[in-house]
Design a binder for this molecule. Structure first.
Ligand SMILES: [Zn+2]
Length: 111
């Protein structure tokens, strides 16, 4: 499963940033057009975090709605899927939001 590798990467990045201190909470931004299932990350997280500084941490996932700008008319519109056309009918568009996959914040345990 694709999301298992992603979750391992996230845990590795956050562990390193925490410098070995226990992490209490992690917030991720996951775009709805990123192709990553937020639910699958949440599902893997506890198992992947076990034995790392993230063990027992709360995972919060903010899902970012897709938005694009039409290359034909310049309108910005909601893109629930990657190939959603502009309301004007044109299919060429630039994606503005919705492809994010990043660690937004992390909270360390205060000893
Ligand atoms: Zn358009």
């Amino acid at each position: 499963m694709h999301e298992l590798g992603i979750t391992r990467n996230i845990v590795a990045i956050v562990s390193e940033a925490a410098g070995g201190r226990p992490v209490r909470r992690v917030t991720l931004e996951v775009g709805k057009l990123s192709g990553v299932m937020a639910g699958a990350i949440a599902f893997c997280f506890d198992a992947v975090a076990k034995g790392t500084p993230l063990e027992g941490a709360t995972l919060e996932i903010c899902e970012i709605e897709g938005r694009g700008r039409c290359s034909a008319c310049g309108t910005e519109f909601a893109m629930p899927a990657i190939y959603t056309p502009c309301p004007c009918g044109a299919r060429g568009s630039v994606r503005l939001e919705g492809e994010e996959l990043k660690v937004k914040t992390m909270e360390l345990e205060i000893a």
